[in-house]
Design a protein around this ligand. Structure first.
Ligand code: TRP
Length: 343
């Protein structure tokens, strides 16, 4: 059975080495392994980027930059079954979100953990957009008939809402939406699409993240290669003086082994075989730093060759093709709810 895979790439801020190794690289590999008839929708949920306040002067640029990084990482936009687009450029997303909002229960949204967490952090002036965000996300998914939506655990409830809405709508109006796969199936799929987590170089018990202020622990894809090498060289390790794959007792060294293996494109057990028991951490750091320098230098060279105009062209083409599919689904919905004549 051909499958439809869809995922959103957030446009807020810069991407890290952790994003690359944990999400982009496995996604590129999944794309390369698509089978005949499969479709892959890869979009920028730019309307989702300001449910909490942002610097709007950066949004457009961030969307383009993220797309450039995907292209430079090997996403082949010429393939007929790959769709790259911006949510904001396909009005059907907002239209379907409104219609779905009238079939979503207030209490259902109130239960969303991410809303509770983010709204409590923000204090006053929590936007309605933050509250209804999961409905727009459901529209993103249901417009294209997605079976698989590779997202992290933090998005589980949102994905389940999309399923519930699809089922509710179909029960009322007939088979209109494809119901996305259950979470367990999603997990099995995500395992193939998502690699392992990369941790902070200063505190290897925390995820590498641009959102916590941890510049020395985080390698940005835009970092100067030599600065990134320094971060690897000063990565926090331990004083056991023996290299082992051991997340519990040696998370810093294990994190480095993981980065080393992924950049060298070898399985982790091979990396472990090479390094196990060695006592000089500086050797592992030096070789990992060299791999990071080589990787960033190549990636940045490829990104800089893609002009804004080229990225915009690719997006526009993707938007034309995705619009066709989105409009077909929207039309079915419009007929079902009675705003368009049904035959
Ligand atoms: N909410 C997702 C996130 O925060 C981004 C997103 C928006 C998304 N719409 C989506 C992901 C649809 C997958 C499918 O990361």
């Amino acid at each position: 059975m051909p499958k439809t895979v869809l995922t959103g790439l957030r446009a807020n801020g810069e991407l890290t080495l952790g994003n690359y190794l944990g999400a982009i690289l496995p996604m590129v590999q999944t794309l390369q392994n698509l089978e005949e008839g499969d479709k892959f929708f890869l979009f920028v949920p730019d309307l989702h980027s300001f449910t909490t306040p942002i610097d709007h002067t950066q949004l457009y640029r961030n969307s383009l930059n993220n797309i450039k990084i995907y292209l430079a990482s090997g996403v082949d936009s010429n393939r007929e079954n790959v769709f790259l687009y911006r949510q904001s450029h396909i009005p059907a997303h907002s239209e379907l979100a409104w219609i779905l909002s009238c079939f979503t229960y207030y209490g259902e949204l109130q239960r969303m953990i991410q809303f509770k967490e983010k709204s409590s952090q923000q204090g006053q002036n929590v936007s309605v957009g933050l509250f209804t965000y999961p409905i727009l996300m459901a529209a993103d998914i249901l417009l294209y008939g997605a079976d698989y939506v590779p997202v992290g655990e933090d998005q589980r409830q949102h994905l389940e809402l999309a399923r519930d809405l699809a089922i509710r709508f179909n029960n009322k109006f007939g088979e209109i939406f494809v119901v996305p796969q259950v979470w367990q199936k999603q997990l099995e799929f995500v395992k193939r699409v998502e690699g392992t987590k990369i941790y902070s170089l200063t505190d290897p018990t925390k995820k590498m993240s641009k959102s916590i202020n941890d510049p020395k622990g985080t390698i940005l894809l835009t970092d100067k290669p030599l600065d990134a090498a320094k971060k690897i060289m000063s990565a926090a390790t331990d004083n056991l003086a023996s290299i082992n794959w051991d997340w519990n007792n040696q998370p810093g060294i294990t994190n480095l082994l993981q980065i080393y293996a992924l950049l060298k494109n070898i399985p982790t057990h091979e990396a472990v075989k090479i390094w196990k028991g060695q006592t000089q951490y500086s050797n592992l750091k030096k070789e990992t730093a060299e791999l990071v320098v080589e990787f960033l230098t190549n990636l940045q060279a490829r990104v800089s060759k893609i002009t804004d105009a080229q990225a915009e062209d690719i997006l526009q083409k993707g938007e034309i093709n995705a619009t066709k599919i989105a409009k077909q689904t929207l039309l079915k919905v419009q007929k079902a709810v009675g705003v368009v004549k049904s035959q």
